[in-house]
Design a protein around this ligand. Structure first.
Ligand code: AMP
Ligand code: MG
Length: 311
């Protein structure tokens, strides 16, 4: 089933495929012309580096110049899985991948189809398979929505987690999380016995260490807003409401209530965003999270993506 996609990748074409986080837009990590197509198809700014996806720990040596004991512990503890690690890069890693930085981001995804694809086609760069700025794709249909019906996608239904990987820079200390995801700072700390710093700000800082964090992201055309606190919210018609705790209004139809199931909320968030646009809604209102809820890594990742969608 994968043969045709592997042939495409080997001949320098771009193919979308499922990972356990979101669908990725894959291209041969050794082929600069193929990688250029990824930037063109997505409309991705060239200063936003790509994550290289590999299919075993040994492949790290092709890209990272130094693999520390902490790196090994993290790879043993979380790979394959939703943790991207940033290493000092080897000189031969293509500049188009790293946007000229002296570091490279690596991940071994868990989804069996992504593993087979990478094992057979070689390491792949794979940003999320959406037009830049749009919500990441969690279904093959989302990819086709952005890139057309004929776009090659390995279709494996809905992705499991629904939000992108945790990005952790281990190229210098203190180690820094640039993007929160399903793997939390707490879990990382347990594995390496060191504190990690969080730096996922959405500022326009041109010197951002992780260039992707400075761009607006994950946004539907509808305006995303937090619901203000208090009980006096008037529920308006042309809006989708995403709630998780507070009582739902009696008569509004466009209310999704997660009843504290944040995994489900993460799993569907981007699909709900896209659906709001299909219905041409003007707003998506989201119930804010409490400090207590934010101790859950998935809630922290949700808060990060929703804040970026708000802009
Ligand atoms: P995406 O490919 O859309 O999942 O985004 C990848 C994220 O990883 C972006 O926020 C990038 O800025 C970040 N990233 C990739 N490579 C590096 C790197 N070498 N240093 C810092 N951040 C990186
Ligand atoms: Mg992306």
């Amino acid at each position: 089933m994968l043969d045709q996609y592997i042939n495409l990748l080997k001949s320098g074409e771009v193919v979308a495929f499922p990972t356990e986080t979101v669908y990725g837009l894959g291209a041969d990590a050794k082929n600069p012309d193929a990688i250029k197509k990824v930037f063109e198809i997505k409309g991705r700014p060239s200063d936003n580096p790509l994550i290289v996806h590999i299919s075993d720990k040994k492949q790290t040596e092709d890209f990272a110049s130094k693999i520390s004991d902490d790196a090994r512990k993290l790879m043993d503890g979380f790979w394959p899985g939703p943790l991207t690690l940033i290493f000092e890069k080897k000189p031969q890693v293509l500049d188009i991948i790293t946007a000229g930085l002296d570091t490279v981001a690596l991940r071994w995804p868990k989804h069996p189809l992504s593993q087979q694809l990478i094992a057979r086609a070689g390491a792949l760069v794979a940003p999320s398979a959406n037009s830049s700025g749009k919500p990441s794709p969690t279904k093959a249909e989302h990819v086709k929505e952005d890139f057309g019906d004929d776009f090659p996608v390995v279709d494996a239904g809905e992705t499991d987690i629904g939000l992108e990987s945790t990005v952790l820079d281990i190229s210098s200390e203190p180690y820094t999380i640039y993007r929160p995801g399903a793997v939390s700072a707490e879990e990382i700390k347990k594995v390496i016995g060191k504190e990690v710093v969080q730096d996922s700000n959405s500022s326009q800082d041109k010197t951002a260490k992780s260039p992707g964090t400075k761009y607006s992201h994950y946004s539907p055309a509808a305006k995303v807003q937090w619901i203000s606190s208090g009980d006096d919210t008037t529920f308006v018609e042309d809006a989708l409401y995403l709630l998780h705790n507070r009582p739902a209004p009696q008569k509004s139809t466009r209310v999704i209530h997660y009843k504290g199931d944040f995994k489900k909320m993460a799993h569907e968030l981007y699909d709900r965003f896209r659906h709001a646009d299909h219905q041409q809604l003007e707003f998506v209102f989201v119930e804010p999270f409490s400090n207590d809820q934010l101790r859950n890594p998935i809630v922290e990742a949700l808060q990060n993506r929703i804040s970026k969608a708000i802009g």
